[in-house]
Design a protein around this ligand. Structure first.
Ligand code: PGA
Length: 257
């Protein structure tokens, strides 16, 4: 059986400050992204740079995403951006429910609404889930299950192949160290099983693959372990995605994993 491609997402967050710098990063990533044929790369710049970055990407190997959309389709919502706008600016993916946005007050219900709107507009949602604490008594297991259930409420089975899950334990985001590969493995299995049970996928005639990515302090030194021992289908990379050299290293390691 042919292996599914790895999915590597670069979340630039609120960086860089100029269009020139955004283009420089995108060009640096593009070169490697188009060489590594076993990897799909998705760059998620700040929304104002979407068109510029998308004009350098959107081919089989390299796509552009946005980091957020609003919960309504149009109208009097000063400062917000709709799913259609993002799609029309060239985005093909959208990060939904990042922990930094949940911290600003985004609830599970809001996350779910954004996912449904993204799907309607032709954007593929990258859904972030993750526990605040990896506590000893295993409470995080039910936290993760509940987040998956809430995010996928009313998402039709036909749309499941368009979903990407990014498991990002909050304590590992922007931290010194990633989660260890063994724990990543346990969590990716739990998340896949949760979705399989929710949609009764074992009973479906066609096998449906749900990519489960890992995010949180990914760098070139931990990439291979998370993808192999950790059995993640890809990575959501923050800080290291702004450095085209480090990010290209991550892409090459993922291609070989
Ligand atoms: P980090 O961020 O790689 O800088 O930890 C990951 C993320 O927030 O998606």
């Amino acid at each position: 059986m042919k292996k599914n491609p790895k999915i590597i997402v670069g979340n630039w967050k609120m960086n860089p400050q100029t269009l020139d710098e955004a283009k420089r990063i995108a060009r640096g990533v593009k070169k490697t992204a188009e060489e590594v044929k076993k990897v799909i790369t998705i760059m998620c710049p700040p929304t104002v740079f979407t068109s510029a970055v998308a004009s350098l990407s959107n081919n089989r190997y390299l796509y552009t995403g946005v980091q957020n959309i609003f919960t309504e389709t149009h109208g009097a919502y000063t400062g917000e951006i709709s799913a259609d706008m993002a799609r029309n600016a060239g985005a093909r993916f959208v990060i939904v429910g990042h922990s930094e946005r949940r911290r600003m007050g985004e609830t599970d219900a809001v996350v779910n609404k954004k996912i449904l709107l993204a799907l309607t507009s032709g954007l593929n949602p990258i859904i972030c889930i993750g526990e605040e604490n990896h506590d000893r008594d295993g409470h995080y297991l039910s936290v993760i299950k509940e987040q998956v259930h809430a995010a996928l409420q009313n998402v039709a089975l036909v749309d499941i192949p368009r979903i990407v899950i990014a498991y990002e334990p909050i304590w590992a985001v922007g931290a010194d160290k990633a989660m260890n590969a063994h724990d990543v493995h346990v969590m990716t299995i739990l998340i896949r099983k949760t979705i399989i049970d929710l949609y009764k996928l074992r009973k479906q005639p066609k096998q449906i693959h749900i990519p489960v990515l890992y995010g949180g302090s990914v760098d070139p030194t931990n990439t291979a372990g998370i993808l192999t021992e950790g059995s993640a289908d890809g990575l959501l990379v923050g800080r290291q995605s702004l450095d085209p050299k480090a990010f290209s290293d991550i892409l090459r390691i993922a291609n070989a994993a």
